[in-house]
Design a protein around this ligand. Structure first.
Ligand SMILES: Nc1nc2c(ncn2[C@@H]2O[C@H](COP(=O)(O)OP(=O)(O)OP(=O)(O)O)[C@@H](O)[C@H]2O)c(=O)[nH]1
Ligand SMILES: [Mg+2]
Length: 255
């Protein structure tokens, strides 16, 4: 399976080189796309320098800080245009430990979307304050209940999507940026009838650099859930649903 790991970056200079080394040590066969928003600290320039030495690394430059959601949409479109079979979402700050990549790669063989979950046995958020745990935990329960989603961690941002999923969820009408982006994609994937599998991850706080988390992101997520419950958000039409090739691949490998 031809796989692309998409990593949006904004001021991640100190994380970039160690992260790439770790990712390629756990998943040497994957390609990696950095989507950099003209980071003032030179992350994009460093990525270009590394890409000259390593043909697995690709870099997409955008003109300024345009948000996480649009960075992923740009990355997903790149993965479709370049014929990848599956694409990952991953943060640059080591919260998403590359050691889990082999678990994702195994799970995606029999799933349309794999989510790295903090809320199933084996998953955890050991560094979080009780307040942050409460916001994330209650937010997840709220979204599950309101939208009827059978997923334990719908705000998680460590994921792997099959190409057919990305082609079926109408990337052009996605407007969310933060946690809402993850909830919106989960909702769209489920409504299109695709199979989601969760794999446990221990989520650590960023090692170096500044978080870009804000109250606005939490409010955006709650607003999305209310609007989705009331049917006020765009949804892909069932006609966009591309049949997944999971079954065919299994048949081919078992022959
Ligand atoms: N290209 C791009 N990347 C971004 C933008 N905002 C955040 N990122 C990147 O997205 C990833 C997640 O951002 P973080 O700041 O870690 O936000 P978070 O993970 O929600 O919050 P923390 O848990 O506090 O770290 C990191 O790799 C950031 O560099 C943006 O506007 N554009
Ligand atoms: Mg982070």
């Amino acid at each position: 399976m031809k796989t692309l790991i998409i990593i949006p970056t904004y001021n991640e200079y100190d994380n970039l080189r160690p992260l790439l080394d770790e990712v390629f040590s756990y998943a040497p066969e994957t390609d990696l796309l950095i989507v950099d928003d003209n980071s003032p600290d030179g992350t994009g320039k460093l990525a270009d320098e590394i890409a000259v030495e390593d043909p697995r690394l690709h870099v997409l430059h955008r003109t300024g800080k345009l948000g996480l959601g649009t960075a992923y949409v740009a990355g997903f479109k790149y993965s479709i245009e370049h014929n990848y079979d599956a694409a990952f979402e991953m943060d640059a700050d080591f919260s998403h430990d590359p050691k889990y990549l082999p678990d994702f790669l195994r799970a995606i063989e029999d799933a349309d979307l794999v989510i790295g979950s903090r809320y199933i046995p084996g998953g955890a958020t050991p560094n979080w304050s009780p307040t942050r745990r409460a916001i994330s935990g209650c937010g997840n329960i709220f979204a599950r209940f309101m939208l009827g989603m059978k997923v334990h961690d719908c705000t998680a941002g460590y994921r792997c999507y099959r190409r057919e999923v990305l082609e079926s969820i109408d990337l052009d009408t996605i407007q969310s940026q933060g946690y809402a982006f993850q909830v919106e994609l989960t909702n769209r994937v489920l409504r299109q009838g695709f199979k989601i599998v969760e794999t446990p991850i221990v989520f650590m706080d960023r090692r170096i650099g500044q978080s870009k988390m804000s109250k606005t992101i939490v409010v955006e997520a709650f607003t999305y859930v209310f609007r989705a419950r009331l049917g006020m958000v765009p949804m892909p039409t069932p006609a966009m649903r591309k049949p997944s090739r999971r079954g065919q691949e299994a048949a081919q490998t078992s022959r």
